[in-house]
Every structure is written in structure tokens, then in C-alpha cells.
Ligand binder design. Structure first.
Ligand SMILES: *Cc1c(COP(=O)(O)O)cnc(C)c1O
Length: 437
């Protein structure tokens, strides 16, 4: 609820026992006594909030505009472009999954990403980023920000510590030459559709080597990472040194393919800067969507756990099938490889989104997709239902052929996101569709 009326004793522990995020999703941050005893939070459909006194109104605006403590955060609710009860409860609950200081919600994953970049990058600054990125993110960084004099230096997601050191040096030199600074380090892991994992610990160490460590207000380029594919259950990158975990809540967190939203989770200092952009610009999640996300969070662990178990069974079946060339699934990373090492240090599960390479080309991929009976032919991922698509012909159609080849986006590639159906039924569906190939 509003900051001025936030319930006093929020239960996070019983004695010394710390509650799990899954448990806290049912009630954290909402006091029924403030809403007529309603067990569930009502949806607060209002554009504005009534102040008790004029002095309150002034004080709240001093918060929103950053005049009080520079956070953009107000003591009370003001206007629905800035804040609202549903969004505040949602943000508090999102932060819990990663033990984060703070969280901010947005109308889409891309709104979250764009607002983050706008908050951190000034003219002549340089953004360091891993590649490939979600196509729209790449557009924002490489095309839109370029119009405002912001440039970038990129590196392949699987880069080693030595390569990362070289990238940091290159970025520093580029920033110095242009009279700007290195504004941020933006990562995406696993990369889509290569599934390459970024070594966040190595990025953190490379940043320390290149820019020093934080001391009395000395600012480092924040590390942000798109954690949509594995978070918040299977990857918690703040633990490996990232400052901000970025989410398209549209995917696993929303989890029912019925909404679009985004979030940034992590460092309060960074999110204060972002809030000072979101307040004037807008782009906060709407109250209906925030409410739906609160419902989704109650089953997040159940859904992701089941989807992960299903994916493991389905991938084991697909890997051995004679019509399958290979399966790009994080659970199959070779023992002793650098990627396996990152996986073991950073991830607690292999997720439920993977790449299936069929023997053949587009004809085989399309025959497979057209024969599916349970899995739906659609882009996106992380929903309760299994989805399948052909990246070369769909999501990555506009990517130049050369780059597609470099990324392994071949015509025989099928991207699959496994849902929460019965694994046996999914295996029957895939077995049947492979017959049609
Ligand atoms: C979908 C997605 C986004 C964009 O999120 P929207 O909610 O569609 O704006 C960003 N990153 C990744 C990895 C995604 O899968």
C-alpha cells in the first residue's frame, strides 16, 4: 500500500527462519485491514490520489521530482503515472525473488530496457553489451541511442575473462576519444537463440580491473542483465555481481501468455535514477496488469518447476530421435566446457526454452511445426502452454543472412518453450510431429 500507510510488521521471518519467496508471494506488502478486510488486494482504478493536507501534497511532489532525496520516490501516492498501490506491492514482491534492494515495474520489457538506457547514458557515452541481444534491445542500443550520440562496443556472450578485459579497454578508449564515459554494461544470458551464457562473475571482475571498485560515491558503469529466460527461479545474477536484473514479465513471470509487462530489479541507487526518468516519461505498469502479475507470482515456482521438469524429459526424448540433428538445451552442456562451468556457477536449472535442430531445412522444420497438435505455433515463451516457432522465418527474418549463419539461426532450427502440460502428452505430440517430417 502507500508508503505512508505501509503495514508495520511485514512477515519475512518466523523466529530465525527466513521465509521462501514462494511463500511470501501470497501476502507480502498488502494489509487486508486497509481494504475492508479483502483477502486479495483490490485493483485500484484511479488516475489520482487525494492528499490529506496541502503540505502533504507538496512533500510528496518533492519526492516525485527528486527534490527531497533524489530518489524520485514519494512518501505517499500521488498520480497513477508515478505510482499506485498495485504496482508498489508488485515491485516489493519482485524484489524478494532476488533479495534485491528495489524493483520498478513497466508496461513492457522493452519499456523497462529503454528507460534504463535513457537513465544511464548521456551524449558521447559508450554502452558495452553482449551479443546477440533480443532484437528490439539491439535496436534501442545500436540504432535509437546512436541518434543521441551514444555508441556501443559489443562482445560475444560466451567471451572469456581475457576477451572481456580487452572489451573494457576498447570501450574506455572509445569513451575517452568521444569525450564521454562508459555508461553501462548490458548483458543478456542465455542469449537467444544461441543459448550462450554470459559469465557475470567474469564481467564483474573485468569491470573492477578496468574501472576500480566502488568507494565513497565513485561511480562504476552498472552491470544490467536481461534475466527473462531463467529468472527469477533458475538464475539470480545479482548474486554474481550484476547491479540490475532486467525482466520481460510477459514471459515466465506473467506465465499465462495473457499480458505484456516488464521490470528492473536490483540496486536502489541505479533504480532511483531510473525512477527519475519513469516519473516524467510514464511507462509504469497499469494496475490491472500489476494485479494479474501478483496472481501469477503466487504460482511462479510451481509453474517454472513443472516446465523445467517437462523440458528435461522432452529434451531427453528429442536428443535420441533419428530425425533430430541436435538439441540446444542448457542441461546438455558438455562436462568440462567453459559454458558448463558458467552454468554450474550461475544457474540452478536449465529452463524450459531450447533450440531443436532437425535434420534437413525449412521444409522439415515447417512440416514438424504444422503437424503439432498440442504445442501451439507462436513466438514468445514462458507460458503455461508449449509454444514452437521457426526463428529464421519468423523472429529473426529481418536479420541479414550472414549474421543469421553466425548465430546458428539456420532454416532447420525450431525454438521451443515448454509449458506445464503432462510431459508424456508433449512427448507424444513431438513424436507424432517428427513422423510427419
Ligand atoms: C520478450 C523479451 C523482451 C521484450 O519484452 P516485452 O515484454 O515483449 O517488451 C526482452 N528480452 C527478452 C529476452 C525477451 O524474451
Amino acid at each position: 500500500m502507500s508508503h505512508s500507510r505501509r503495514p508495520k510488521d511485514v512477515v519475512t521471518h518466523i523466529g530465525h527462519h527466513k521465509l521462501d519467496p514462494a511463500t511470501m508471494m501470497m501476502g507480502y506488502g498488502f494489509d487486508p485491514a486497509l481494504s475492508e478486510g479483502s483477502l486479495k488486494a483490490p485493483i485500484f482504478l484511479t488516475s489520482t490520489f487525494v492528499f490529506d493536507t496541502a503540505a502533504d501534497g507538496k512533500r510528496f511532489f518533492e519526492g516525485i521530482t527528486g527534490r527531497s532525496d533524489g530518489s524520485g520516490r514519494a512518501e505517499g501516492l500521488v498520480y497513477s503515472r508515478f505510482n499506485g498501490p498495485n504496482q508498489e506491492i508488485l515491485e516489493d514482491r519482485l524484489a524478494i525473488w532476488e533479495d534485491a534492494e528495489a524493483a520498478l515495474s513497466f508496461s513492457s520489457g522493452m519499456t523497462a530496457i529503454t528507460t534504463l538506457v535513457l537513465a544511464l547514458a548521456n551524449q558521447n557515452d559508450v554502452i558495452v553489451h553482449s551479443g546477440p541481444l533480443y532484437a528490439a534491445t539491439e535496436s534501442v542500443i545500436d540504432k535509437i541511442m546512436a541518434r543521441f550520440g551514444v555508441s556501443y562496443v559489443d562482445f560475444p556472450a560466451g567471451a572469456s575473462r581475457e576477451e572481456l578485459d580487452a572489451v573494457m579497454d576498447r570501450a574506455k578508449a572509445q569513451a575517452a576519444e568521444r569525450g564521454g564515459k562508459v555508461a553501462m554494461i548490458y548483458l543478456e544470458s542465455p542469449a537467444n537463440p544461441t543459448n550462450a551464457l554470459v559469465d557475470v562473475e567474469a564481467v564483474h571482475a573485468a569491470r573492477a580491473a578496468a574501472f576500480g571498485v566502488k568507494s565513497d560515491g565513485a561511480e562504476l558503469p552498472p552491470i544490467a542483465i536481461d534475466n527473462t529466460f531463467l529468472g527469477p527461479l533458475w538464475a539470480k545474477p545479482l548474486k554474481q555481481g550484476a547491479d540490475i536484473s532486467v525482466y520481460s514479465l510477459t514471459k515466465y513471470v506473467g506465465g499465462h501468455s495473457d499480458l505484456v509487462a516488464g521490470a528492473l530489479v536490483g540496486s536502489k541507487a541505479v533504480l532511483d535514477k531510473v525512477r527519475l526518468i519513469r516519473n516524467p516519461m510514464g511507462g509504469i505498469c497499469d494496475p490491472n496488469t500489476a494485479w494479474m502479475l501478483m496472481r501469477s507470482l503466487e504460482t511462479l515456482e510451481l509453474r517454472m518447476t513443472r516446465a523445467g521438469e517437462n523440458a528435461e524429459k522432452v529434451c531427453a526424448f528429442l536428443r535420441d530421435h533419428p530425425k533430430v540433428e541436435s538439441v540446444g538445451y542448457l542441461g546438455f552442456l558438455p562436462e568440462g566446457s567453459a559454458q558448463r562451468d558458467i552454468y554450474e556457477r550461475h544457474c540452478s536449472g536449465a529452463g524450459s526454452t531450447f533450440s531443436l535442430y532437425l535434420k534437413g531445412g525449412e521444409r522439415e522444420a515447417f512440416a514438424f511445426l504444422d503437424a503439432l497438435k498440442i504445442a501451439k505455433l507462436a513466438v514468445s515463451l514462458g507460458g503455461t502452454e508449449t509454444l514452437a516457432s521457426a526463428p529464421a522465418a519468423m523472429t529473426h527474418l529481418s536479420v541479414p543472412e550472414e549474421r543469421r549463419a553466425a548465430l546458428g539461426i539456420s532454416d532447420n532450427l525450431v525454438r521451443i518453450s515448454i509449458g506445464v502440460e503432462k510431459a508424456e502428452d508433449l512427448i507424444a505430440d513431438f513424436a507424432n510431429a517428427l513422423e510427419a517430417v
